[in-house]
Design a protein around this ligand. Structure first.
Ligand code: IVH
Length: 677
């Protein structure tokens, strides 16, 4: 056999195994054997790049990362479908059809509704050429490179044989139970946060810009409908019914919805619906309903569409599954932003095809409202989410041993105090060192609008935290070159970059530091306002809430948050440590050029900036105004004196106009700064 012949055989073999695995669900070889075939193919192609074809299985491993997704306009809009929740509504659906086409016997196809992400896939001249998300229905993202990595998706398809030049298929990308669970197992082993449900994880995967990462996700695809069909010259579209298309697709080796049934009249549909209520749990993926479609394509055309959905199709949504079990205990979980969520620990119970042993309880009020007590028998329900909810307690079967739940006062992650800001439902941990929040805090601290630390990105933060090198914000400034250089994928050069970035950040003005620390409700602007009032950042802790609220623009929400923050001794310690490490806590007259201070000719005036200025960034313009005594706010009101309008102004310019606020262009703004306007 020639090498080229071997290559062709390998391709056929791999395609056959893809089909056996993803379309027929009866694999013949192990993953390792499959990987060996693919490796051999890639090896041959790397020696003979001239033999590579766009539909070779080697093309699935993922190309170069993209900068962003191009936009694709759908030739035929991707509409949504109407929902029904009862058999009664299904009958009404057929009555509506009967009013449009009286005396018609409607043939239907009934299919499971896959809880995935809708995509459009175009084959042209027998090749997969374009894949797109639904987007807003009219325009979606071009995700061709990501879809190519999905093994079940044929990269070529003999559509010419069916008289077609172009064929647009529509379907769902999804993760099956096994794939999703394996993915979460890998994450658990790596100490990473688990994904909440297969649908959102699928949507997130398709949005990744690096197809190599997408290739690692256990994505599957199944087609259930079609868009544009363009016959070859001289041919006519070959199918008259939806069920014929599904059958033809299956014969071509295209993954479709696994089961479908045909029915005449809604009376035949109803027993199918009833059968699926339990059968759906045997499916290997999440389904939240059935889709009932008119089979005959001509009839579909006669029925037409509303602007939102075709009239010939309806979804029937299954009621959420419920089960009864015992509430064993209530655990607290600390989220990445410090919000503390109570979680029910349950006696394991079968629900919606999986074993459930945890359920979300949302917040303390919910527990009180439902009067849930540890030891209660409770009803749990599973909707679209993997995480079920506790719906209610069954108080009639209490025996007196059940205990009401008292919300703990300490954070389960760090032992810091929990507080519940007025008007909010969640308890929070505001402790700067709380490990549950650390990554997120550092990300914010290092961000461009925070301390702007060059070289400190998400991946490096992950490494620093997971290796334990950084347990608190001050630890960042204690990092040593060797420690950083020894991390995986780091070298001395990037380690030095990080240390330089950290060093540079020490001299940032204290309002940047205040924003970077991440006290709730203290954003960029509030940090500036606050730092205008004190010499040293830590002086804020000495102000009473009333004193804080006396500051213009500072209301009770901010004052409460600052107060809570400074009442935690450990937060004050962190600030002292940062000061000792050389960070700048003291207000300087930053933004004002060396030498003569500018005149205070804008004292008391209020400005809003919109659009892009040619000569200054937003921040610079702001500093120029502030240095002259003016104030810059985010939105236009009657109190605004001037709106400075650059190119491409936003709605703020319109608002200014409607309120009669004076608008200045860039030139006039320069004149105003110079005191000549
Ligand atoms: S037919 C005009 N069949 O559900 C839309 N859709 O909630 C024709 N879906 O956007 C779609 N399984 O992405 C159809 N067997 C199935 C489906 C299905 C899932 C999705 C589809 C649609 C969404 C509407």
């Amino acid at each position: 056999m020639t090498l080229h012949q071997r290559l062709l055989n390998l391709r056929d073999e791999i395609r056959r195994h893809d089909r056996l695995y993803y379309v027929e669900a009866s694999p013949e070889i192990s993953d390792q054997e499959y990987d060996r075939l693919l490796a051999e193919l890639i090896e041959i192609e790397s020696k003979h790049p001239e033999w590579v074809t766009p539909d070779s299985p080697s093309q699935r491993v993922g190309g170069e990362p993209l900068e962003g997704f191009a936009q694709v306009r759908h030739a035929i809009p991707m509409l949504s479908i109407g929902n029904t929740y009862s058999l009664e509504e299904l009958r009404e659906f057929e009555e509506r059809l009967g009013r449009i086409l009286p005396n018609t016997a409607f043939d239907y196809v009934v299919e499971p509704k896959i809880d995935g992400v809708a995509v459009s896939v175009i084959y042209e001249n027998d090749l997969f050429t374009l894949g797109a998300t639904r987007g807003n229905g009219a325009v979606g993202d071009d995700i061709t490179a990501n879809l190519r990595t999905i093994r079940g998706l044929p990269l070529s398809l003999s559509i010419a044989r069916h008289g077609l030049q172009r064929f647009e298929l529509r379907g769902e990308v999804f993760m099956d139970h096994a794939g999703f669970e394996a993915l979460n197992r890998r994450r658990a082993e790596a100490g990473e946060e688990l994904y909440a449900n297969p649908r959102n994880t699928t949507a997130g995967s398709l949005k990744l810009l690096d197809p190599r990462q997408v290739a690692e996700r256990p994505l599957r695809i199944a087609f259930h409908s079609f868009g544009e069909i363009v016959p070859l010259p001289g041919s006519a579209p070959p199918w008259r019914r939806h069920s014929e298309i599904l059958r033809a697709l299956q014969e071509m080796g295209v993954p479709t919805v696994e089961h479908w049934d045909r029915a005449t009249g809604i009376d035949q549909v109803i027993p199918l619906v009833e059968a699926w209520e339990s059968k759906r749990f045997d499916l290997p993926y999440v389904t939240d309903g059935l889709v009932i479609k008119v089979d005959d394509l001509r009839t579909r055309e006669d029925l037409g569409s509303t602007s939102r959905s075709p009239r010939w199709v309806i979804a029937y949504k299954f009621p959420a599954e419920q089960a009864e079990t015992t509430l064993k205990s209530i655990e607290l979980q600390v989220g990445r932003t410090g919000a503390v969520t109570p979680v029910a620990i349950l006696d394991p119970v079968q629900l919606g095809g999986t074993t459930v042993s945890r359920a979300t309880l949302h917040n303390a009020d919910e527990i009180a409202r439902k009067d849930l007590r540890v030891g209660d028998r409770v009803l749990v329900e599973k909707g679209g989410e993997i995480i079920p909810k506790v719906i209610a307690a069954l108080p009639e079967i209490r025996d007196g041993s059940q205990v009401p739940f008292v919300f703990p006062s300490k954070c389960p992650s760090c032992g810091g105090p929990l507080s519940r800001p007025q008007g909010e439902v969640a308890y929070r941990c505001e402790d700067l060192n709380c490990p549950a929040q650390l990554r997120r805090r550092i990300e914010h601290f290092a961000s461009r609008r925070g301390m702007d630390i060059e070289g400190l990105g998400e991946a490096l933060i992950d490494q620093l935290v997971s290796t334990g090198l950084v347990r608190t914000l001050p630890d960042l400034y204690r990092l040593e070159l060797e420690q950083v250089a020894n991390l995986e994928r780091m070298g001395r050069k990037s380690a030095q970059n990080l240390l330089d970035g950290l060093e540079k950040s020490k001299s940032n003005p204290p309002n940047r530091l205040l924003h970077g620390i991440g006290i709730r409700f203290v954003g960029e602007h509030v940090a500036e306002v606050l730092m205008d009032q004190v010499e040293d950042l830590r002086d804020l802790g000495k102000r009473t809430r009333e004193e804080l609220e006396a500051i213009p623009e500072i209301g009770p929400t901010v004052s409460e948050s600052i107060h809570t923050f400074f009442s935690d001794d450990r937060n004050r310690e962190v600030l002292d440590e940062l000061a000792t490490l050389g960070l700048n806590f003291r207000r300087t007259e930053s933004g004002i050029p060396e030498g003569e201070p500018p005149p205070r000719n804008l004292e008391g005036l209020q400005f809003v900036l919109t659009g892009t200025l040619a000569k200054h960034t937003r921040d610079e313009a702001k500093e120029l105004i502030q240095a002259r005594g003016g104030r810059v706010t985010g939105s236009v009101s009657k109190k605004t004196d001037y709106v400075i309008c650059g190119t491409d102004p936003g709605s703020k310019a319109d608002k200014a106009e409607s309120l009669g606020v004076r608008i200045l262009n860039e030139e006039e703004f320069e004149d105003l700064l110079a005191g000549v306007l």
